[in-house]
Design a protein around this ligand. Structure first.
Ligand code: HEM
Length: 219
């Protein structure tokens, strides 16, 4: 078999397949102070966020596919259900990403925080896409359409997905409360107060619009 275009003679087949060397070159803490433990904590912070973005790639793809497949009823329904279950699993993994940051010492975070500049996950195009897909006028809501046969199963999966997003929001809020207290966010919002206004009431979807700097209330 001819070598694949990403084949690298020095790596194992596993490393070449997953492009591990390139992936592991992307974690670059900026903190240049004397405390090695702070630099280590910044690395931890970067790895958690990058990992979350990788998972989001799959989540966005599966959410889009679920909405498209559900519209091809009845043949697309099993595929839509399977994708929605996977989305629920992926959102729960996102929650674990937030939870593991309990092990990020607050003093370390505050020590490297200025390196972030205006960087904030509220500027994540992929997170914004997930919120847009789940919004009241988003693609995922097509799964509730009356014309879709077998809609009860899909409706209940969408509700489970929205609940998982709400749990993620609550875990994130608790983390931000611990890390920042009443400090403003790097993305330009008031921080905890703004995030609280974005909380999804049980059984609802997050607002489609409302970037952090705009201080827009959730729907
Ligand atoms: C030390 C850890 C963290 C702190 C202090 C923090 C803080 C904040 C703050 C203050 C905001 C409001 C926007 C702003 O002004 O910046 C925000 C938004 C956001 N954060 Fe975090 N965050 C942390 C970790 C994470 C992690 C691990 C994720 C996901 C992987 C995440 C995802 C988000 C998202 C998606 C938003 C936008 C929420 C929305 O649009 O409703 N954050 N964060």
């Amino acid at each position: 078999m001819p070598p694949h275009k990403h084949e690298n003679s020095s790596g194992t087949a596993y490393e070449n397949y997953l492009r591990i060397p390139e992936l592991l070159r992307l974690q670059e803490p900026r903190y240049a102070g004397p405390a090695e433990s702070v630099r280590s904590s910044e690395l931890f912070f970067i790895v958690v966020h990058q990992s979350a973005e990788l998972l989001l790639t799959q989540l966005v793809h599966d959410l889009r596919t679920a909405s498209r497949e559900a519209c091809r009823t009845p043949s697309g329904r099993p595929e839509a259900e399977q994708r929605l279950r996977r989305c629920i699993g992926l959102v729960r993994l996102q929650e674990h990403h937030v939870e593991v940051l309990e092990h990020l010492p607050r003093q370390h975070f505050l020590a490297f925080r200025e390196e972030l500049g205006a960087a904030s996950a509220s500027g994540s195009a992929q997170f914004a896409e997930v919120f847009a897909l789940l919004a009241a006028d988003g693609e995922v809501q097509k799964l509730h359409r009356p014309g879709i046969r077998g809609g009860a199963a899909l409706t209940s999966l969408v509700a489970e997905l929205e609940e998982a997003v709400r749990c993620w929001q609550l875990a994130h809020l608790a983390l931000v409360q611990r890390m920042l207290g009443d400090r403003a966010g790097t993305g330009g919002s008031s921080g905890v107060a703004w995030l609280r206004s974005r909380l999804l009431p049980a059984g609802r979807s997050p607002a489609r619009t409302g970037r952090a700097g705009q201080r827009t209330r959730s729907a």
